[in-house]
Design a protein around this ligand. Structure first.
Ligand SMILES: Cc1cc2nc3c(=O)[nH]c(=O)nc-3n(C[C@H](O)[C@H](O)[C@H](O)COP(=O)(O)O)c2cc1C
Length: 306
């Protein structure tokens, strides 16, 4: 399946340690038109295939399935896109925006914004190695704000679309995404541009739309609130929130060990609880609860009395 840019797609952003099979699936059930895995190391895919296997689980509920890879060695990136692990994905995204120091120090993620020649080689080699659409996700810049040149490079090297999170690496997640920068990239680009940054409700979606972008990617606004996709599509359905949480957990339970899951799921449960009354005492209860079913019971009661 391909992204339909005529329909102004709403895409669930890749989020490491967050966009697991359960979360991607519940976001899809509320209308996310495409979903992206957590970033996958092209190298680790071969050293630790089990970990990648778990990160690349998908469900039929997901529409356009995108795998995001990162790395700095074109050969490994090619092997990654051609591996069986990624065969079920409709589209490949290359991470050239990650600001995490442990990634940047290896010349990967946003560090590639400082090396247009290597970044271009990666895009063209990956594109040449797969018949699927290839996209690049990047920021305003790492050492310099070279997003215009970078976007042009992606296009020249064969990217099918680009996703622009308009913050510099130094900014991290502070300040606001620069919508003017997004409008500038869109005005020049011949390929579709996906706008990303700070979409949390209809007004922020409208602000992003005013840049002329062809679709949007949504990350933090959907944490604990995968029904945001329905709200943004004007679908004010009644949401059975505890059923959403239960479905998210059940999908994870099918694949992950309970001992690992009870630690992992806590952050999601805290996000789901974030906007409930008595959030502080609820947070404390969830943060100290050792058993997933007990946590679900605490949340169920909180949703009922909200
Ligand atoms: C917890 C977390 C993990 C993230 N992991 C990734 C990742 O794996 N790959 C990536 O390209 N961006 C990653 N991002 C960045 C998001 O995809 C997105 O670009 C950013 O959060 C801005 O969008 P938002 O304002 O809608 O959250 C991550 C963000 C967060 C908060």
């Amino acid at each position: 399946m391909k992204i339909d840019f005529k329909e102004f797609p709403l895409i669930l952003a890749p989020m490491a340690g967050v966009t697991d099979i359960g979360f991607r699936s519940v976001a899809s059930s509320f209308g996310a038109d495409a979903t992206v895995t957590e970033m996958l190391s092209a190298r680790a895919m071969f050293h630790n295939p089990k970990k990648t296997e778990l990160m690349t689980l998908t469900t039929a509920e997901e529409r356009v399935k995108i795998a995001q890879i990162f790395g700095h060695e074109p050969d490994f990136m090619v092997k990654a896109v051609q591996s069986d692990l990624l065969a079920k994905f409709d589209s490949i995204d290359i991470n050239m925006g990650c600001p995490a120091p442990k990634i940047v120090k290896n010349g990967e993620g946003s560090a590639l914004m400082d090396d247009l020649s290597l970044a271009g080689k990666i895009v063209s080699t990956v594109k040449g190695a797969t018949g699927r659409p290839v996209s690049v996700k990047f920021r305003k810049g790492h050492k310099t704000e070279n997003f215009m040149d970078f976007a042009a490079m992606c296009e020249d090297c064969g990217a099918d679309f680009i996703t622009f999170h308009a913050r510099t690496v130094a900014q991290g997640y502070s300040g606001k995404a620069d919508l003017e920068a997004i409008a500038k990239v869109k005005a020049k680009a011949k390929i579709p541009v996906i706008g990303n940054g700070d979409i949390v409700d209809l007004p922020s979606l409208e602000a992003m739309k005013s840049t002329g972008v062809d679709g949007v990617m949504i990350g933090r606004g959907s944490l604990g609130k995968p029904w945001l996709f329905a709200e943004l599509k004007g679908n004010n359905m009644r949401v059975d929130k505890i059923a959403v949480v239960e479905k998210h957990v059940a999908l994870l339970r099918e694949h992950f060990e309970e001992s690992w899951l009870k630690l992992y799921i806590r952050k999601h449960l805290l996000w789901y609880a974030a906007n409930l009354p008595m959030a502080a005492s609820l947070r404390l209860k969830l943060a100290t609860c050792e058993d997933i079913d007990e946590c679900l019971e605490i949340l169920r009661k909180a949703f009922v009395s909200a």
